[in-house]
Design a protein around this ligand. Sequence first.
Ligand SMILES: NC(=O)c1ccc[n+]([C@@H]2O[C@H](COP(=O)([O-])OP(=O)(O)OC[C@H]3O[C@@H](n4cnc5c(N)ncnc54)[C@H](O)[C@@H]3O)[C@@H](O)[C@H]2O)c1
Ligand SMILES: O=C(O)C(=O)C[C@]1(C(=O)O)C=C[C@@H](O)C=C1
Length: 293
Amino acid sequence: MKNLLVFGVGLIGGSLALALKSAQAGWRVTGVGRTGDSLQEALNLGLIDAVSHDIALSASTADVIMIATPVAQIVPILHSIAPYLGSHTVVTDAGSTKADIAAQAHLILGKASARFVPGHPIAGAEKSGPTAAQASLYQGKNVVLTPDAHTDPDAINTIRNLWLSTGAVVREMDAATHDTIFAAVSHLPHLLAFALVDELAARPNAEQFFAFAASGFRDFTRIAGSSPEMWRDISLANRSALLQELDHYQHALSRLRSSLEQKDGENLLALFEKASHARNDWAQQQVNTLRKN
Ligand SMILES: NC(=O)c1ccc[n+]([C@@H]2O[C@H](COP(=O)([O-])OP(=O)(O)OC[C@H]3O[C@@H](n4cnc5c(N)ncnc54)[C@H](O)[C@@H]3O)[C@@H](O)[C@H]2O)c1
Ligand SMILES: O=C(O)C(=O)C[C@]1(C(=O)O)C=C[C@@H](O)C=C1
């Protein structure tokens, strides 16, 4: 059995542990948590085989260390494990932002940074914690790895194989490209959903609005139920790309607003038609890709 040490046994870390167990991929999983209660819950749910209270011992005997905590916790955790890493230990993470962590990892881990393989599973949910973990979460989903020219190819293979065991499709790109793409397709939509729900909830007659909100509101705002801590950390870590995406979106809203002001139905129809085609094409491609995998 190989030893996997998971920092943060919540939705993402717990789902990885469950997926490896159900694939019988030969990993013994030990969890490290912030609160004892959540770790005990992970143990009771059978997500992990053991709990670690000795970081030095666990880090030195781990084959792989996965950091699956909110992104602001990743750098402090790298500091805490750096002195104890075994000579063969490969470190990876599941954070939703990549450039900030990659820059720090070189400074903190020194030579061992060659065995740090940053990663990001593109699968998730608005639910958090160990009870949200699912064995099938990564099945057919992309996992993006962002190694650089200094990353050890054997370490990349180790992390690639770990994710392949979960049924995921592994892709590689550089960290800056990753952060630009996910600012647009993940981080901005979360900000918009949080903003819409917050604005409505602050109205004196909010209850009346919520009482009649239906599937359109539910689909647009599902992700506003996500972990506030996780999204605070992501927003700050990918701040500059996210600010640019907010500018693009505000520009698009301004164009929409002036079409409305001018009662320009032709412009509205043209925009809705282009968006509807693009959205339906994307959804169809998702279905085709899932069928293929
Ligand atoms: N939720 C998603 O959809 C999703 C998808 C892909 C990647 N991610 C990324 O994965 C990471 C984990 O997200 P999640 O959804 O599993 O969150 P989660 O809240 O479900 O789990 C995070 C766990 O980390 C623990 N934790 C926090 N600080 C810690 C510390 N210092 N040491 C040890 N444990 C600590 C928490 O107690 C919690 O159990 C985040 O970086 C997030 O950006 C999330
Ligand atoms: O399905 C959801 O609830 C998600 O928000 C998952 C989602 C996404 O935006 O697609 C969220 C953050 C991650 O880093 C990756 C995936």
